[in-house]
Design a protein around this ligand. Structure first.
Ligand code: ZN
Length: 70
């Protein structure tokens, strides 16, 4: 059991809130976007996140396993 609801690492939107993109539009499948640092609510936040990661040199080109279990 998670201690707290996971949320978007970019904007803080909580998982399960309206607008949080989930895989196959089914929350039981988990989020559509994530990095090794956490989950991302939308393609917009994912783009911002990976742009920042490229800028600070921590971009990971290989897709990480989703860090949150659903
Ligand atoms: Zn977000």
């Amino acid at each position: 059991m998670l201690a707290r609801t996971p949320s978007c690492v970019e904007c803080g939107l909580a998982w399960g809130r309206p607008g949080f993109a989930c895989h196959g539009d089914d929350p039981s499948h988990g989020p559509s976007y994530w990095s090794d640092q956490g989950i991302l609510c939308s393609v917009g936040c994912a783009t911002n996140h990976f742009d920042k990661r490229r800028a600070d040199g921590t971009f990971v080109p290989v897709p990480a396993d989703c860090p949150v279990e659903f």
